[in-house]
Design a protein around this ligand. Structure first.
Ligand code: GDP
Length: 296
């Protein structure tokens, strides 16, 4: 995972700073420049990186720090905190409660791993004793229905979908309601990820949201999209009330910085990450352990 390289580069920059006999402005600047370079190489949005650098310099005011202070520790802690801040949306997402029906709608571009992630999310909760159900509201991609059905069948999760259908909104609504009556407590709605025009995709997403009244909208993003992450995440957030993010393909060659940008763009937390194609390659995402692991 290239994300490990990012962690390695930041750790090395901190180590070099630590090794310096005296921590002065020059040493601090060199360290921060190294970290900046590493973050930009990992596709973190420029503005986020610049803000981080400014914040650290504000916190670590070398002139004001008395001689007795452990400057190395203070700098290390400031870098750790700022990385956590980048990944912290400031508020937790809506959390469904077991036994109480919740509708969770998934949005994201085609190829992001949305359909796979819907099943992973359902399977994860099913193993913990929930009663999930999957509804396919993707009218555009012919294979979406088959794919979701195949995955759902494999995981023994109740499923509804039909091939292209004029009245799909009514059907989607009907099935969400039916699953609620059947005491399903996690009704997962998979939406379309592709249209000839972006405006049409967002309009369909809005209509599905209007029909199903989701308690939570999860934006699924491929971690390898790089610098495009911020704009893409923001475009989705502007069309529908994104409340959480799931970043997929963290097992691949993704540079990982996109995750940080998506949090900033949507002001929503990353709740899970996808780490492979299989149903159980799915992990809960926690900011602090993630950053600790990143920095090794
Ligand atoms: P959708 O078009 O957004 O619904 O995307 P799909 O769910 O069809 O996924 C697109 C491709 O990405 C498929 O080949 C999936 O197996 C793969 N995929 C999804 N999530 C992950 C992941 O976390 N890791 C890896 N390596 N592949 C993934």
């Amino acid at each position: 995972m290239v994300l490990a390289q990012l962690g390695g580069s930041i750790s090395r920059a901190l180590q070099q700073m630590s090794n310096a006999t005296v921590i002065d402005e020059k040493v601090l600047n060199e360290c921060l420049n190294e970290i900046t370079r590493a973050l930009l190489q990992a596709d973190v949005q420029f503005k986020l990186v610049r803000d981080m650098q400014t914040n650290i310099k504000k916190i670590v005011n070398l002139e004001d720090l008395a001689a007795g202070h452990n400057k190395r520790k203070i700098i290390q802690q400031a870098v750790f905190n700022e990385l956590c801040k980048m990944l912290d949306a400031g508020k937790p997402s809506f959390t469904p409660k077991k036994g109480k029906p919740s509708v969770v709608m998934f949005v994201g571009l085609q190829g992001s791993g949305k359909t796979t992630t819907c099943t992973k999310y359902a399977y994860y909760h099913q193993k913990k004793g929930w009663k999930p159900a999957l509804v396919c509201a993707d009218t555009f991609r012919a294979g979406a229905f088959d794919q979701l059905k195949q995955n759902a069948t494999k995981a023994k999760i109740p499923f509804y979908g039909r091939y292209l259908e004029d009245i799909y909104l009514v059907l989607t609504y009907d099935f969400v309601e039916r699953f609620k009556k059947e005491n399903c407590d996690l009704i997962i709605v998979d939406t379309s990820g592709r249209h000839k025009q972006e405006a049409a995709l967002f309009e369909e997403m809005r209509q599905v949201s209007e029909a199903t009244k989701p308690d939570l909208v999860i934006f699924v993003m491929d971690s390898s999209i790089g610098q495009a992450a911020f704009d893409q995440a923001q475009a989705f957030k502007q069309s529908v009330a994104v409340g959480a993010v799931i970043v997929t393909k963290m097992d691949g060659h993704a540079k990982g910085g996109g995750a940080l940008s998506a949090v900033a763009a949507t002001k929503s937390p990353v709740i899970f990450i996808g780490t492979g194609e299989h149903m159980d390659e799915f992990e809960v995402f926690d900011v602090k352990p993630f950053v600790s692991r990143l920095l090794g």
